[in-house]
Structure formats: C-alpha cells, structure tokens
Design a protein around this ligand. Structure first.
Ligand code: CTP
Length: 402
C-alpha cells in the first residue's frame, strides 16, 4: 500500500523522537520514499545522521542550505508529499500548527501541504490533558488533520498515563489503511440531515427530543472519508464534524431544516434523512416568556412540514433519497409504509426494542429495507461501523439507478 508513496516525516523535539528511526525504517521497508524534516530541537534527541542513513535522503532542518546556498522550498516539499506524518508531535508544535505559526521549515511545509497530515502526539500526561493542548488538537482535527491517539503507559517522566507516542507499527498501519480505503464516493455530493429539531414555545423554551446527532455525523464522516462532498444540515447537537469535506449548515427548527434542504437538494446526488424532526410545533410562539399562572397549561400545536416527503416528491430520476425510521412497535410494517409514502430508495430501521441502540447511544442495530422489499439485518455495532454498512448500501443503490 505504501509502495512509491512520498512521505514527509516531521520529527519534533520530544523524547519519543528516538522512535522516528524505527518508523523511518518501516516506511522504507514498505517501499515508501521518505523525506525527513526535523525541528531544531529534535536534533538534540536524535542525530540527523541516523535518520538520513535510514531514509536515504538528506535531513531538512533549515530554510537555507549554507553549503550550496540552496533554499529548502516548503512549497515544493508540500507538493511532493502524498502524506505528511508528524511523529512525535509535541504540544508546542501542535499549538503552533493550530494557530498558523510558521517559524521553522516543518511548520511552513505543514501550511503548504495539500496532502493528508497525520499527527502522533507524544508528551507527558499533564501536558496532554491540559485544556490548551486539548483545544489545539480539536482545532487541528477541525482542519481535517488526522490524530493518531497516543497510548497509555509508562512515560519518560516515570509517570503512568496517556501520552506515549503510538507505536511505529500503529502509525504505518494507519497510513496503509488510509491509502487502502476506497474512494468510491469521489465526485458525489450528498446532503445529510442530522440531530434533533427545537421548536420554540417562547424565547426561553422549546420542544425537542433526545437525538444526539451521532449517527448522522458518523455517516457524514464515513462518506467524506470515502471521497464525497457532504452538506450536513444539523439541528443543535454537542458534536462537531471533523472532515474538511463536510460543510455544516446549522439549523434549529423543522422549518429552518426544510428551508436549508430545499435550497440544497437540487444539486445533490442523494439526500439522507437521519434527523429526528419534530412532527408538531407550537401554533403560536409567545414573544414573551410564558408566566406560571393556571394549574394546567394548554399548548396548541400544528403539524410541521414532512421534509423527507417533500423531497421525495421533488426527487429526480438520478437522485437517491434515503430515510431512517425509529419504531417502537410493528417495526418492519411501519418502516415499509414510510419507504413508500416518502418515496425513499431504502430505509434504515432502528428499533427502540433493541437493547444498546438508538438515541444517545454509541452503538446501533439496524435493518435496511429496500424498494425491492429486501430486508437486511445487521448486528449491534458502533455507529462508525454502522455508517460503513449504510455507505455500502448507498453505493449499491447508486448502481441500481443506472
Ligand atoms: N422526517 C422528515 N421530516 C419530518 C418527519 C420525519 O424529514 N417532519 C424524516 C426523518 O428524518 C426520517 C423519516 O422521515 O428519515 C421518518 O421519520 P419518523 O419520525 O420515523 O417518521 P414520521 O413520518 O414522523 O412518522 P411517526 O413519527 O408518526 O412514526
């Protein structure tokens, strides 16, 4: 998988820099071409001679090469690379990367790189847990960089905890998986609705539901990783999309979600309706906070628009529409009815009766029902893996469109 791949290995100044030697050796053994950029401090931990010998390339540290007057072009390096790996990535380097500081060759190359960037953090556990480090890692992930989680174990300080750089084998494995992962959604534009809707009662209260958005967001990440451009129309949730190919459109109410969908659906190859949309909304929204008065309060509700059914009517022959159904009884029959009524190409059924799945949970157990009345059942698994099964079914549905 790594044969002839161009890899820039960035080595920063931490004790785990010694592992960069073994990592370089593994990359070269796999057939990759490796160019190494060290930060000035990294040279204190491992000699450039060791890494130059193993990578079979001169080590880059400075902007200029004093021997022949050349300059090391960060732009050329960034364009040369198929992947950039920073291992170890210290808290200091990550902090600078997160804020666009470019005071060494590694950082300027990071800013110029168009390739995926993988970071393997390594530091003491207190540094790793510091809110500043956590925030910087979140920022880096939000730019679309990949973090290879450190491991728990004994640290150079003698303390035991999380902060030990991932083993070189794990880093190589992550890259192999990346290059091996199919890009079967390349060129596809997909719209996903996710999360709950909030229906305003008065300025401080709303009607909502327990949807966490986890399933819709997991699906958005999976499809983006497989090459799709994703428009994620999401109600209020506590999570954020990570992949750079996901465009987030935040909404609150069912009406706002409908408007965002109608604005976007026409240009999409598919709409995937994961959101838990309120079926009813207050008939009148009070402009002032409703005061506590009578023993009983009556709230008059009116139906919201059915977003999925609206798009089902607008759907063109070359577009897919995929629905979700959360049922508590008569599951298959109800789901089949929704498939027909809303003109879905297939529907993903979650049963509230399956233990460990549903709203808020990290796992899900689904059944997929297709237009040809096929019923496919899947085991309970993490939502990330459920997303893969759904993505595979979408690929099949695209093939059936032709
Ligand atoms: N849906 C939608 N707009 C709505 C209600 C539902 O787009 N106003 C979508 C959901 O995102 C889901 C599918 O329709 O993909 C089924 O949602 P569900 O709430 O199970 O169905 P309802 O039609 O609301 O039926 P009921 O609540 O009566 O079971």
């Amino acid at each position: 998988m790594l044969t002839d791949k161009h890899i820039i290995l960035g080595v920063t100044g931490g004790i785990a820099a010694y592992k960069a030697a073994y990592l370089t050796r593994l990359f070269v053994k796999k057939g990759a071409h490796v160019k190494i950029i060290m930060t000035p401090l990294a040279k204190e931990f491992i000699t450039p001679l060791t890494l130059a010998t193993l990578s079979k390339n001169p080590i880059l540290v400075d902007f200029f090469n004093p021997e022949n007057g050349d300059w090391n072009s960060h732009v050329d390096l960034g364009l040369w690379a198929d992947a950039m790996v920073i291992a170890p990535a210290t808290a200091n380097t990550m902090g600078k990367m997160a804020h666009g500081i470019a005071d060494n060759l590694l950082l300027t190359t990071f800013l110029s790189a168009r390739c995926p960037v993988f970071l393997a953090p390594a530091m003491d556990l207190d540094m790793y847990q510091h809110p500043a480090t956590i925030k910087n890692m979140e920022i880096l992930k939000s730019f679309g960089n990949y973090l290879i989680e450190p491991e728990v174990g004994e640290l150079a300080s003698g303390l035991v905890g999380k902060g030990r750089m991932a083993e070189p084998e794990t880093i190589v494995d992550t890259l192999e998986k990346y290059f091996n992962s199919t890009h079967d959604f390349a060129g596809k534009q997909l719209m996903i609705t996710a999360g709950p809707t909030h229906e305003m009662i008065d300025p401080v209260r709303f009607i909502g539901n327990y949807s966490s958005g986890k399933m819709g967001y997991a699906l958005a990440e999976e499809l983006a990783e497989r090459g799709a451009k994703v428009t994620l129309i999401s109600g209020a949730v506590a999570i954020k999309p990570i992949h750079k190919n996901i465009q987030l459109i935040p909404v609150k109410s069912a009406q706002q979600m409908l408007e965002a969908c109608q604005l976007n659906f026409e240009n999409q190859d598919a709409g995937i309706m994961v959101a838990a949309v309120a079926d009813y909304t207050p008939k009148d929204v009070s402009s002032q906070k409703i005061k506590k008065k009578d023993e009983v309060l009556f709230l008059e509700l009116k139906q919201t628009a059915d977003i999925a059914a609206t798009l089902g009517k607008q759907k063109k022959l070359n577009q897919l529409l995929i629905g979700f159904a959360l049922e508590t009884s008569n599951e298959i029959e109800n789901a089949k009815e929704k498939l027909e009524k809303k003109n879905f190409d297939f529907i993903v059924l979650n049963s509230m009766n399956d233990e460990g799945s549903g709203f808020q949970s990290d796992d899900n157990k689904i059944t997929i029902i297709t237009r040809k009345q096929e019923i496919k059942t899947f085991d309970l698994k993490p939502k990330k893996l459920v997303a893969k099964d759904i993505a595979d079914e979408i690929i099949l549905a695209f093939k059936n469109l032709k």
